[in-house]
Design a protein around this ligand. Structure first.
Ligand SMILES: *Cc1c(COP(=O)(O)O)cnc(C)c1O
Length: 309
């Protein structure tokens, strides 16, 4: 338990940055970036919040291993590997697709002590069968789903609201949605107060139902003070275009905040589009959550070149 307490003490409150831009002052919008990416140098962002009560459960129940799943560039795999090294838990990452020897995410995970098991895309689909066939010692392990979304994750993401330094002055909370677990936890914590606007980074219109189901499992029926925008996925998960890359580079140049093309780039792009379209009434105060994910930039540059400044 000592390691747990020590790590919690190392965390800082998320720094908050107020963004100044003509597009905002014209519309009398106050926009704050809540930097969850800066709360700890090694393990931060929403992936920390999603993992933390899983880690605590493992430590409290003397489990030795975290087993989880992900693609080759997964922020969740990276965070789980970090967590294993920090909290002295062994970690097993079951990776979808072919072995990628030079992928920086997996190389780092391995360096941190994660055992990587590569499975085909077909085998990856049936997680229960896979776990059984791999013959892992489940009595000593906690299994965390792909992307990290489970009940512990929702509970952890409530803190993005409950521990926000700007909690009392926000009308709209904006966050990127992949599995929807982060948004669902935030919605639970809001208890019907103020609004949450999720931005789906995946194609399709199923995200609202998913979030509804997730938040309903945690605290009875879900409140209705939230919605998900599906207009800014740029063609699907990890898809991007030049416009998105330009936006990320200009945002960094103008405001000194690094974004990435999978989650936060799409979120911030979409938010500025909605502001330009008069989506928000004048006087609205918005918090946009920087959920981290910057570890993925190295792998992105390796695949596509130095597009991001
Ligand atoms: C995983 C991730 C998300 C999406 O979180 P979900 O809980 O899966 O919706 C958003 N931003 C970043 C940086 C992430 O790594």
């Amino acid at each position: 338990m000592e390691i747990w307490t020590q790590f919690i003490e190392e965390l800082c409150a998320p720094p908050v940055l107020k963004i100044n831009a003509p597009a905002l002052s014209e519309q009398q919008i106050d926009l704050f970036v809540q930097r969850e990416d800066l709360i700890h140098p090694r393990l931060s962002g929403n992936k920390w919040h999603k993992l933390k009560y899983n880690i605590k459960e493992a430590l409290d129940s003397n489990k030795k291993t975290l087993i989880t799943f992900g693609g080759a560039f997964s922020n969740h795999i990276a965070a789980t590997a970090e967590a294993g090294e920090i909290f002295r838990l062994s970690t097993i990452g079951i990776i979808r697709g072919e072995e990628e020897g030079t992928n920086p995410t997996l190389r780092k995970a391995k360096e941190l002590g994660m055992k990587l098991i590569y499975v085909s895309r077909t085998a990856y689909r049936d997680k229960v069968k896979l776990i059984n066939e791999l013959g892992l010692d489940l009595s000593q392990s906690i299994i965390i789903p792909e992307g990290g979304t489970n009940e512990n994750a929702l509970k952890g993401c409530e803190d993005i609201i409950l521990k926000s330094p700007i909690r009392d002055k926000i009308d709209y909370w904006c966050v990127a949605c992949g599995t929807g677990g982060t948004a669902a936890g935030m919605i639970t914590a809001l208890e019907g107060q103020s609004e949450l606007l999720g931005f789906s980074v995946l194609k399709g219109n199923w995200m609202e139902k998913e979030i509804n189901d997730l938040s309903a499992t945690r605290k009875g029926s879900a409140n209705k003070n939230w919605s998900v925008n599906t207009d800014f996925h740029f063609g699907g998960y990890a898809k991007f275009n030049e416009e998105l890359i330009d936006f990320i580079n200009v945002f960094k140049r103008d405001h000194g905040v690094q974004l990435e093309p999978v989650y936060t780039g799409k979120l911030f792009f979409g938010l500025f589009e909605l502001i330009a379209q008069d989506y928000f009434t004048p006087g609205t105060s918005i918090a946009v959550i920087h959920t981290g994910g910057l570890q993925g930039l190295e792998g992105f540059a390796q695949r596509y070149g130095a597009l991001i400044a």
